[in-house]
Design a binder for this molecule. Structure first.
Ligand SMILES: CC(C)(COP(=O)(O)OP(=O)(O)OC[C@H]1O[C@@H](n2cnc3c(N)ncnc32)[C@H](O)[C@@H]1OP(=O)(O)O)[C@@H](O)C(=O)NCCC(=O)NCCS
Length: 179
């Protein structure tokens, strides 16, 4: 299917393409943005190219969808959001990030409302999951604002750089979604 564009009051969510390599590099070369991610800090534009290629092929295979987040009227993307994986009629894992200078203005909550709506009604997902590293309070707050339930701690769930990390599991079910 043609890549869907989502619009909110202040934002436009668009397909991430090669035009956005520098924006992605800026985003993922910031240690504060990747602090709670199992993602190595970007050191060159080719790291961003891998991101674009990965999501393009995953989208084409119907396995994932990740949007670039733009302020309406601008061309640069200031963050990304979407489903790292999904299965129609079943479940999806949601992911999101934003350049630091735009934090705490409600942008991700606004973007995710559109992403979640698309997930439940266009992708026909039943359960949206989020796994959050311990200490990522702003991410937990975003999920609370969106009505997610914290189900518990997944002990040593993530393996990253030879260390194990506990993750909090959050979920939102279609049956409890009121958006
Ligand atoms: C998590 C992230 C996407 C949030 O984006 P955002 O646009 O700033 O989110 P919002 O503005 O919608 O909401 C942030 C909330 O966290 C709160 N918050 C921020 N820092 C906080 C802190 N140290 N303690 C408590 N609450 C905090 C804000 O006050 C706000 O809540 P409020 O609306 O009740 O005031 C952004 O911080 C980010 O890109 N982090 C790095 C990437 C990341 O960790 N992604 C998630 C992986 S699970």
């Amino acid at each position: 299917m043609e890549f869907p564009i989502l619009k909110t009051k202040r934002l436009e969510l668009v397909e991430i393409t090669d035009k956005h390599l520098a924006d992605l590099y800026n985003l993922f070369s910031d240690e504060d943005v990747i602090r709670f991610y199992n993602l190595g800090k970007y050191t060159q534009l080719s790291d961003a190219q891998k991101f674009v290629d990965w999501y393009r092929s995953r989208y084409n295979e119907g396995l994932a969808i990740r949007w670039g987040i733009k302020l309406k009227g601008n061309t640069d993307i200031i963050g990304t959001a979407g489903f790292n994986n999904y299965t129609t009629l079943h479940r999806a894992n949601i992911g999101y990030d934003l350049q630091k200078s735009y934090w705490n203005k409600g942008y991700i909550t606004e973007a995710l409302k559109a992403v979640i709506h698309f997930g439940f009604y266009s992708l026909e997902i039943n359960r949206i999951e989020a796994e959050v590293m311990q200490g990522n309070v702003s991410s937990e707050r975003v999920l609370e604002k969106l009505g997610f339930t914290k189900e518990g701690i997944l002990r040593q769930w993530m393996l990253w750089n030879n260390s194990y990390y506990d993750m909090s599991m959050y979920s939102l079910l279609k049956s409890e979604y009121s958006g």
